[in-house]
Design a binder for this molecule. Structure first.
Ligand SMILES: [Zn+2]
Ligand SMILES: [Zn+2]
Length: 290
């Protein structure tokens, strides 16, 4: 499997928010399938799991989701089916029963982001929480922080890579046989119903994959971190290196602003600024259409 596009995996995770549309999980998984090697049976299981996770994420309430599961599922299920549901439930609603307040290893996010994101009907689910932090890591890399200064980056790359195995395979190219790396992805074991302290759920699987995808991209070429960009208008991340640049912005401290290429982002940004100036709005820098 060719990993020249490995960055598409972490870009999909950073750009396609589960919060704006749970169906985005399928887009993310599609990129994972494109960039890792695994048994087709494993991918079939994973696809079914992603589909279940997407359904649960749309409900946005742990109790309602649990009740719905009770209702719709056949009373007699195999241990495997029950455990699979438990795994999907855990991916979205691990925070329930005070897990988030008392046991989650990422409890400090609450103090960084504020309580509003962790309570009420609009609280983050666990996948959304992971995505938000991942975007934060990319922003800090783009802002030029040293890797050691970004605590969450160190924690991400130390996540263990439990689901990734690298091997080597032979391949034919231009009439010759050569060797190349082959990266296998393991599907997380479904969680037994009795497991309360979760170390091997779907969030860890995603975390491993994103850690691998990002670090692989950063290692591919010297100074590859400089290719990572974020659009000043729509906040999407890109690594194409062909993002449009524009002049130095006196308001932000950035040397230049970047925008998605092939979109109206740059025009929209400046149109919005002009409008803001006319209305006498002092600072529309960093305004966002979402
Ligand atoms: Zn949490
Ligand atoms: Zn954009």
């Amino acid at each position: 499997m060719n990993q020249d596009h490995i960055q598409n995996v972490f870009l999909a995770f950073a750009n396609h928010s589960c919060r704006s549309d749970p169906e985005n999980l399928k887009k993310i998984f599609h990129e994972i399938e494109q960039n890792f090697y695994t048994d087709e049976i494993e991918f079939t299981r994973a696809r079914a799991m992603i589909s279940l996770i997407t359904t649960l994420a749309k409900i946005k309430n742990a109790i309602t989701a649990a009740e719905l599961i009770e209702e719709i599922l056949p009373p007699k299920m195999s241990f495997f089916q029950k455990a699979a549901i438990n795994t999907a439930f855990d991916a979205i609603y691990r925070y329930r029963d005070d897990y988030c307040e008392t046991s989650c290893s990422f409890r400090n996010r609450r103090s960084r982001w504020g309580d509003e994101l962790f309570s009420g009907p609009n609280r983050l689910n666990c996948v959304e929480c992971e995505q938000l932090e991942f975007a934060e890591i990319l922003e800090q890399i783009i802002n030029g922080h040293g890797y050691r200064e970004i605590d969450q980056f160190s924690s991400l790359i130390n996540s263990g890579f439990d689901y990734i195995r690298t091997g080597v395979e032979l391949f034919e190219s231009g009439g010759k046989t050569d060797v190349k790396e082959k990266v296998y992805l393991q599907f997380p074991e479904v969680l037994g119903l009795e497991i309360s302290s979760i170390k091997c759920g779907f969030n860890e699987y995603f975390r491993d994959i994103m850690a691998y995808s990002l670090s692989k991209f950063l290692m591919q070429r010297e100074n590859n971190r400089l290719r990572l960009k974020q659009c000043a208008w729509c906040s999407m991340f890109d690594t194409a290196g062909k993002a449009q640049k524009t002049r130095i912005s006196p308001k932000t401290n950035k040397a230049y602003l970047t925008f998605c290429s092939g979109t109206s982002c740059k025009d929209d940004y400046y149109r919005d600024r002009r409008k803001g100036r006319k209305r006498g709005v002092a600072n529309v820098e960093g305004s966002n259409p979402g």
